[in-house]
Design a protein around this ligand. Structure first.
Ligand SMILES: *Cc1c(COP(=O)(O)O)cnc(C)c1O
Length: 409
């Protein structure tokens, strides 16, 4: 077991050790990984570095001590609300990421179900493709889950959802898009089923929240998913995904600010330390992701996001077309945005993934059906040709699969 060193290490050798340690890590800068990091270019990196450095030591627990943080958080929430067509009645907060936003949405729905309908044993109705953060939220908050099967097009089946919604349902969920297949669930149908029963509905736009508004402006067909859909009561959107902020930044929005205050806010007034108020799971909160999210949004503006998302969309189209031309491979869905999975009826697609690993490309593995996963970023524009060439070669001679575990992210 490693022990704390007796003597300290000076900065320079320390940094050398860190750099050495990173050498075996994923080389996402080269565009050879297809998940986890969303690089937007050196200029955005510089904004993130500088803004974070200015706010590395502050604590976003108390907005009273740091009014600049309070203002930036409020403006990030407002800018996100306007992108998602929420009106002036809406309210929200920033969280550490998609998972925290989702846990808080489930918490607020559980509280509301108890308050309005006396639900004591709440249930969560969600597509099988919904992110594991919902299962985690249900586990943490004591809800049972009812899983909605997918139609052949990999979108949640509204008829099956309708049969699962009942007295105990606290929340119905849909994804825009889902992470595994990059498809948007039929949000208007699902939200209407929830609304008819007086049940709130959450659109999980963790990955799509900062992408779909711009794809729509670019003329790409985007099925309805945001606050323009009646019945949608909360939406999660991660700034640290296609919003191109560094990690630790997501937004949770409520259609009505009153719900945020009543069902999400935690207030504790019986402590010698004084009144304690918090919207999220964390107490002490890092300030840097708030400053970075605000700064990246100001730096890019609508124009910058349109430029980046257009590039991601073009890259995705080239990839989809290239994969369609490779014998034996087909893309699942079809996908609605810039995330997709491809599979095969004739090849061992996991073996294809292993051959791609050997060529230095890292694709996540999926099950049901077996598939390889691509989340496209601006960084991938320059690797389309070499990627497709290697994929063609891997599919021509897939050989044996190493039989590794499916990995999800
Ligand atoms: C990433 C993601 C989440 C979870 O977000 P984290 O930031 O990883 O906690 C939830 N839903 C979808 C669709 C996602 O892509």
């Amino acid at each position: 077991m490693k022990e704390l060193p007796k003597q300290g290490t000076p900065l320079e050798p320390l940094l050398a050790t860190l750099r050495e340690g990173k050498r075996a890590d994923a080389d996402w800068r080269a565009g050879r990984t297809w998940s986890l990091v969303y690089p937007a270019g050196e200029d955005v990196d510089a904004v993130i570095r500088e803004a974070s450095a200015l706010y590395l030591f502050e604590n976003a627990l108390s907005p009273l001590r740091f009014p600049s943080l309070r203002r930036m958080e409020s403006e990030v929430v407002q800018m996100t609300a306007s992108l998602l067509h929420a009106d002036a009645e809406s309210g929200g907060c920033m969280t550490s990421g998609g998972t925290e936003s989702i846990v808080l949405a489930v918490l607020a729905a559980r509280e509301r179900a108890r308050r309005e309908r006396g639900v004591e044993r709440p249930e969560l109705v969600l597509p099988v493709s919904a992110h594991p953060a919902f299962a985690k939220a249900a586990h943490l908050l004591g809800l049972e889950t009812r899983r909605v099967p997918l139609r052949d097009d990999l979108r949640a089946d509204p008829a099956a959802a309708a049969a699962l919604v009942g007295e105990r349902t606290a929340l119905v969920v849909g994804s825009a898009p889902s992470y595994p297949h990059g498809v948007i669930d039929p949000i208007p149908e699902l939200a209407a089923i929830a609304a008819a029963r007086g049940v709130p509905f959450h659109t999980d736009a963790c990955v799509g929240g900062f992408l779909l508004p711009f794809l729509e402006r670019l003329g790409h067909p985007v099925p309805p998913w945001d606050f323009r859909v009646p019945g949608v009561t909360t939406v999660s959107a991660d700034v640290h995904k296609y919003g191109y902020c560094n990690k630790g930044a997501s937004v949770l929005l409520h259609r009505r600010r009153a719900d945020l205050r009543r069902d999400q806010l935690f207030r504790y007034d019986d402590w010698p330390g004084g009144l304690y108020v918090s919207f999220g799971i964390a107490g002490t909160r890092p300030a840097a992701p708030i400053a970075a999210a605000w700064s990246v949004m100001q730096f890019l503006g609508e124009e910058g996001y349109l430029r980046l998302q257009r590039s991601v969309l073009d890259t995705t189209r080239r990839l989809l077309q290239g994969i369609a031309e490779i014998p034996g491979l087909h893309v699942l869905g079809p996908p609605d945005a810039t995330i997709f999975a491809f599979s095969s009826d004739v090849l061992d697609v996991m073996a294809v993934g292993d051959r791609m690993d050997e060529r230095g490309w890292h694709l996540d593995r999926q099950r049901g059906p077996d598939a390889l996963h691509c989340m496209v970023t601006p960084n991938h524009a320059r690797v389309v040709e070499p990627f497709l060439a290697d994929l063609r070669a891997a599919a021509a001679a897939p050989g044996q699969s190493r039989g590794g575990e499916a990995r999800y992210s």
